[in-house]
Ligand binder design. Structure first.
Ligand SMILES: Nc1ncnc2c1ncn2[C@@H]1O[C@H](COP(=O)(O)OP(=O)(O)OP(=O)(O)O)[C@@H](O)[C@H]1O
Ligand SMILES: [Mg+2]
Length: 305
């Protein structure tokens, strides 16, 4: 697979029509808090694109922009060459039907068995004869290796199986784009490997395009054709897994190597540590007020005695 990935990465910049979705110069703020300030991301058709970045950096927000759940303040979000902001309700609805989504907390319906959970989108969105529903659901369950679990209830599934059922449900409408938000969260290494390989094999077998938000850097590097690392409202690095692996930027190194401190600081902004401890100590001894900060351990011990 390694050489395949390198090949994909070495294709370089591709023309716009090769991108199934494209964000250009996107600015977006929530409650005056700037989330994106000039975001440029392209999802190449037929490929698996990974989106990574520190928590709270806007990865889920990016997915919501692509699905048209929210709109950019400025810049453009195009899916299949069409500006999502310009779509009416019906068109947006049609667009979303072409997208399958697998969310971290995309829980299954607990009162329905596995079969009915996967059948749910079909029953909601399409009036199909029961025989066709049955064959579509069983095909998708077979694809994720769970045809034999069709009549189990969600409570009878392991976390990994539940994620695979959710994946079967995400592909039951034959989407063109599959969107995953933290698909590996909470899975043991074996289940993670299974889901990881499914993401890649479904992408290729179904001829779709996938976008995967994940913190699992090593795992995602094994299946992604292109990856983007976001930080502070922008893309700080992008490329094939190999290109990112060799990337010199400190923030990319910090993220890929899982270092606690670096350009993304370990400490939340705070006043000078020693000054604060000194002031707190003086306050505890009654020599002056502490300007800020927690009560030091020594004074709470003193009170406890
Ligand atoms: N509905 C909302 N109202 C207010 N703030 C929000 C809302 N949704 C997201 N945010 C803020 O926007 C920022 C980006 O959130 P987002 O969920 O996209 O981050 P993320 O990169 O997906 O994080 P994580 O890795 O933890 O899932 C965060 O600071 C979050 O607090
Ligand atoms: Mg998120």
């Amino acid at each position: 697979m390694g050489s395949q990935l390198e090949l994909a990465g070495s294709r370089g910049v591709v023309a716009g029509e090769d991108n199934v979705a494209q964000l250009r110069g996107v600015h977006f703020a929530i409650d005056q808090k700037l989330i994106f300030r000039g975001l440029d991301v392209a999802l190449r058709r037929g490929e698996v694109t990974a989106i990574m970045g520190p928590s709270g950096t806007g990865k889920t927000t990016l997915l919501r922009l692509i699905t048209g759940q929210i709109r950019a303040d400025s810049g453009t979000v195009e899916v299949d060459g069409r500006d999502v902001a310009g779509l009416g309700r019906k068109e947006l609805y049609a667009l979303r039907r072409r997208m399958g989504m697998l969310f971290q907390h995309g829980a299954l319906l607990t009162d329905f068995d596995v079969f009915e959970n996967v059948a749910f989108p079909l029953r909601e969105h399409a009036r199909l004869p029961e025989r066709l529903v049955r064959s579509l659901v069983l095909t998708k369950l077979h694809a994720v290796g769970l045809r034999g679990a069709a009549r189990l209830m969600p409570q009878q599934l392991s976390g990994g199986m539940a994620r695979r059922v959710a994946l079967a449900r995400a592909i039951v409408m034959d989407p063109d784009i599959l969107i995953y938000d933290e698909p590996f969260a909470g899975l043991d290494p074996i289940s993670m490997g299974v889901v990881m390989r499914l993401i890649r094999s479904l992408n290729d077998a179904l001829g779709i395009s996938s976008v995967v938000v994940s913190h699992d850097v090593r795992e995602i590097a094994q299946i992604a054709d292109q990856s983007y690392i976001l930080s502070e409202g922008k893309v700080v690095a992008s490329g094939s897994p190999k290109e990112l692996h060799d990337h010199p930027s400190p923030i990319v190194r910090q993220f890929l190597e899982g270092l606690a401190d670096g350009p993304v600081p370990f400490h939340y902004p705070a006043p000078d540590y020693y000054g604060q401890l000194l002031a707190a100590g003086q306050a505890a001894r009654g020599r002056g007020p502490a300007r800020c900060g927690p009560v030091p351990a020594s004074s709470s011990r003193a009170r406890a005695r």
